[in-house]
Design a protein around this ligand. Structure first.
Ligand code: C2O
Ligand code: CU
Length: 491
């Protein structure tokens, strides 16, 4: 969306003018025209957006999620999760990636509408950065919000290559006393993480029903089973090594909840407190209270709560049969001596805000005020008797492309014809979630949407960011087993 014309040409390639030379030239020209000094300084500050540079080395490292046993994971800078990137809206993010892994890698900036060449999808927007090589990602941090960055190569996300990316608004629009970023992670706490610990799929005849409904096939065509996760971690630690949220009575607390898990949807509840949703996938919504918050793979929710109930509480996930109830974060009030920790209960009758209860906070005029120029149907299926997960029966990369033209308003109609929920993610764009009970300008803006079994839902987006954009289920084992295609801009 925001192409930095100083640094990138139309194809997103680096232009061979370094910034300093460029600025000098600009200054020289301005000096020659004899403009007064103040405009010079102005010109300088306008063209020079502050650059925040980060150096990432992707490498294997021994890690420990807090239970004492060490294992080898794939990391950025040797840590799980990777370092948090925190910048202000409008700054330039520059990440210098050096690859020390045994295979190629990339970084994708999940949710940020970056120029296409910076999107980090191998074979779609760039070649994977091979072992020993480097790559410089550079783009403007916009818009403000909570994002995730992660490798987009094969199963590397499930081996540890992810982190949080926070873009703070350029002017303060929200008030709170404390803020925490919480990454919710599913782990196999053995060497290589998830993918190294899957099993081969038994011959078809033996499949019977479904292995937990979760079999898959690697890109190479290797049938694998999805791993059984044994570590549900928050910011790289499992309970009770998870760092607690520390609050004082009366605090207004903001939580940025990010789900970089490969295969787990969480239903979260904070014992003793209601949660107020303020942002979905970085976009402001009318504050909405809920008891239970559901967060799918790739989704982000910003929530607030008021610390008005002193004690020791847990923010925890509902047990859904895969051990995800082990995901727990302590909430501690300062000065409370009572050591008893209260977990949430998931009794009936709790409030559970769905997509359809949420409204965009800022009505977006012009955003989708006309009918769609193009409509695509996407039937999601697979899983039951096939090792593949498909869109319209096709297995990526043998999948039809979704052609669009710049300026078009595009509608995608999903029909989930399978028994699994699929968090569908579109790169490079935010989309509106069609909600017939609301006026268009209040439809929420997202980039990842859970489509439930047998559900039909629609999204719409403005084709305003030319390039080739990956579109896929964010369940990593579904994506790698074919549930993906590419949105292609025609000229
Ligand atoms: Cu989180 Cu294709 O992305
Ligand atoms: Cu899926």
């Amino acid at each position: 969306m925001v192409l930095n014309s100083i640094l990138l040409d139309r194809k997103g390639k680096k232009v061979n003018v370094n910034r300093r030379t460029f600025l000098k030239t600009t200054l020289g020209t301005l000096l020659a025209t004899g403009l007064p000094r103040p405009s010079l300084t102005e010109a300088l500050s306008k063209s020079k957006k502050p650059v925040k540079e980060f150096r990432f080395h992707a490498s294997q490292a021994r890690v420990n999620l807090g239970v004492g046993s060490h294992f080898t994971a794939w990391t950025y800078n040797g840590q799980i999760p990777g370092p948090e990137i925190r910048v202000r809206e409008g700054e330039i993010i520059r990440v210098v990636l050096k690859n020390y892994l045994p295979e190629g890698t990339t970084i994708h900036w999940h949710g940020i509408p970056v120029p296409n060449a910076m999107d980090g999808v191998p074979e779609v927007t760039q070649n994977a950065v091979m072992p020993g090589e480097s790559f410089v990602y550079e783009f403007e941090a916009r818009p403000a919000g909570s994002y995730i960055y992660h490798s987009h190569v094969r199963y590397q996300l499930d081996q540890g290559l992810y982190g949080a990316l926070i873009i703070e608004p350029s002017n303060l629009r929200e008030s709170y006393d404390r803020e925490y970023t919480l990454m919710l992670e599913d782990w196999v706490m053995r060497d290589g993480g998830g993918v190294a610990n899957t099993r081969r799929r038994p011959p078809m005849g033996m499949m019977g029903g479904m292995m937990r409904g979760r079999q898959e096939v690697g890109r190479s065509g290797d049938p694998l089973l999805e791993p059984f996760y044994d570590g549900y971690a928050v910011n790289g630690k499992v309970y009770d090594a998870v760092s607690p949220l520390i609050v004082s009575k009366g605090d207004r607390v903001k939580l940025r909840l990010l789900n970089p898990s490969s295969a787990t949807i969480y239903d979260l509840r904070l014992a003793g407190h209601a949660l107020t949703i303020t942002h979905v996938d970085g976009n402001a919504v009318e504050p909405m209270e809920t008891d239970v918050l559901r967060i799918g793979m790739g989704e982000r929710y910003d929530i607030q709560f008021v610390a008005n109930n002193p004690g020791n509480w847990l923010l925890a996930a509902r047990e859904g049969g895969f051990g995800e109830g082990m995901l727990r974060i302590p909430l501690r009030y300062k000065g409370i001596r009572n050591k008893e920790v209260v977990p949430p209960t998931f009794n009936r009758g709790l409030r559970f805000a769905t997509y359809w209860d949420l409204k965009a906070l800022y009505p977006s005029d012009g955003f989708g005020s006309r009918d769609a120029d193009r409509v695509y149907h996407q039937t999601l299926s697979g899983g039951m008797h096939s090792p593949f997960w498909t869109i319209n029966g096709q297995v990526y990369p043998n999948a039809e492309r979704l052609l669009v033209r710049k300026g078009e308003w595009v509608r995608i109609q999903y029909w989930n014809h399978s028994m699994m929920p699929h968090p569908m993610h579109l790169h490079g764009h935010f989309f509106k979630v069609v909600n017939h009970s609301l006026p268009r300008e209040r439809w929420i803006l997202k980039d990842t949407l859970i489509v439930y079994p047998m559900e039909r839902v629609e999204i719409e987006f403005l084709a305003d960011n030319p390039g080739n954009w990956f579109h896929h289920c964010h369940h990593l084992y579904h994506m790698n087993a074919g549930m993906a295609n590419v949105v292609v801009y025609q000229y």
